[in-house]
Design a protein around this ligand. Structure first.
Ligand code: SAM
Length: 337
C-alpha cells in the first residue's frame, strides 16, 4: 500500500501545534495518516468485574482513573461479550474518558447528587460517564438531531441509567426554558472531528479553514446557550474531538471575553496534558501520546455560590415539558431458576 502523504493544511496545522518539536509534528501526522488499532475504553455501569475483559494492565493507567473505567487491548471488540449484552458496559474512545473526567474536578462545591444537563448528548458517552461518576439526581440528555435520538435513548436504557430524561431542543431554546437550573452542563460540541482520522475514519476537509471557522462559530453559540443553564457556582465542561485551536482555546477565549461571570478552572489530574496555547487552563489530548484518538477539554465555572441564586435546582424548577421523555431502564433478564 502506498504511504499517505499529509496535505499542506495538515502539515501547517502540525507545525503550528508543535512549533518546537519536529518529532511531535511527524508522530502526530503519522497517527492521523497511518492509524494503528487502538483499544477503546470501557465504562462499567455496575461494579467492575476484574479479568472479565481483555484489558491492558491496570498499573499502566493513571492512578486517578475511576475504578469503573478499563482500557481494552488494541483491536479487542466487546459487542458480543456477556457484560455488553447485559447492559453492564459501554465502550468509548479513551480520549472521551480523559476529557470527560474533568467533571471529577467539578465535584467540589456541587451538591452530592447534582442536576446535570448534557447539551450535545448522542450517542450518550458523556451522559453515561456523568451517570457513573456523579450519580446525578436528574440527568437531562439533549440531542438536537432527530436521527441520533434513538441511539441515545437506546444506550441510556440499555445501560439502565437512573434519573434520566431526553430532549431534542436547540441549545438557545433549552437555555430560555431552564435558565440557571443545572449544576453542570456538558457541552461535547459538534466539531470538525480531526481526531476521527486517528481511528481510520475518513473526514475530508476537516483541516480546511472554512470547516474550522464554521464549527467555531456554532460552538460559541452552543457554549453561550449552555452557560445560561448553569447556576452560580455551577460548571460547564466544554469538550471537542478536534485539534484546531480556533475550535478549542479560541472558542473559550471568545466566550470569556464577554462572559465575565465565568472563570476557567484547573483540573489537576489532567495537568500533564495542559494546553500551552492559551493563558487559561485547558487540556489537549493527542493521538500519538495517548491510547485515544485525541481531543480537548476545558472546565468553566460560573462565579459565585449556588446559594446566591434563588432560582436554583430541584426538579420542580424545570418546566414540566422538559421532562416529558423519561428514559426507562431496560429490564434485567430474570435468571433461570
Ligand atoms: C461530539 S457529538 C456528541 C457525543 C456525545 N456527547 C457522546 O459522548 O457520546 C456532538 C453532538 O452535537 C450534536 N449537534 C449538532 N449540531 C448541534 C447544535 N447546533 N446544537 C447542539 N448540538 C448539536 C450532534 O448531533 C452530535 O450528536
Amino acid at each position: 500500500m502506498t504511504k499517505k502523504e499529509p496535505s499542506n493544511l495538515m502539515r501547517k496545522s502540525a507545525s503550528a501545534l508543535f512549533a518546537d518539536s519536529a518529532t511531535d509534528q511527524g508522530d502526530f501526522l503519522t497517527a492521523l495518516l497511518d492509524p494503528q488499532p487502538r483499544g477503546n475504553a470501557v465504562l462499567w455501569t455496575v461494579p467492575r468485574r476484574a479479568g472479565e475483559l481483555e484489558t491492558v494492565d491496570r498499573s499502566t493507567l493513571p492512578v486517578w482513573l475511576p475504578d469503573k473505567v478499563e482500557l481494552l487491548q488494541p483491536g479487542v471488540k466487546i459487542g458480543l461479550s456477556p457484560a455488553y449484552l447485559a447492559g453492564e458496559i459501554y465502550s468509548l474512545d479513551y480520549s472521551s474518558v480523559l476529557a470527560g473526567s474533568a467533571m471529577l474536578a467539578a465535584r467540589t462545591g456541587l451538591p452530592e447528587s447534582p442536576q446535570v444537563l448534557d447539551l450535545c448528548a448522542a450517542p450518550g458517552g458523556k451522559s453515561l460517564l456523568a451517570s457513573v461518576l456523579l450519580k446525578p439526581r436528574l440527568l437531562l440528555s439533549n440531542e438536537v438531531e432527530a436521527k441520533r435520538l434513538g441511539i441515545l435513548r437506546h444506550n441510556l436504557s440499555r445501560c439502565r441509567v437512573a434519573n434520566a430524561w431526553t430532549q431534542r431542543l436547540a441549545p438557545e431554546e433549552l437555555a430560555s426554558l431552564a435558565p440557571l437550573a443545572f449544576d453542570l452542563c456538558l457541552i461535547d460540541a459538534p466539531c470538525s472531528g480531526q481526531s476521527l482520522l486517528a481511528k481510520g475514519i475518513e473526514n475530508p476537509g476537516c483541516f480546511h479553514p472554512s470547516t474550522v471557522k464554521g464549527n467555531a462559530r456554532r460552538q460559541l453559540w452552543i457554549l453561550e446557550a449552555g452557560a445560561r443553564t448553569v447556576a452560580a457556582g455551577g460548571y460547564v465542561l466544554y469538550t471537542t474531538c478536534t485539534f484546531a485551536p480556533r475550535e478549542n482555546e479560541g472558542v473559550i477565549g471568545k466566550f470569556l471575553a464577554k462572559a465575565t461571570d465565568f472563570e476557567v478552572i484547573e483540573v489537576p489530574h489532567l495537568a500533564e496534558w495542559s494546553s500551552p496555547l492559551a493563558d487559561f487552563p485547558g487540556y489537549r489530548f493527542y493521538p500519538h501520546q495517548i491510547a485515544g484518538a485525541g481531543g480537548y477539554a476545558a472546565l468553566l465555572r460560573r462565579k459565585g455560590n449556588r446559594n446566591d441564586e434563588p432560582a436554583t435546582t430541584g426538579r420542580g424548577d424545570l418546566p414540566p415539558p422538559l421532562l416529558d421523555y423519561p428514559v426507562v431502564p431496560s429490564p434485567r433478564e430474570v435468571e433461570a431458576s
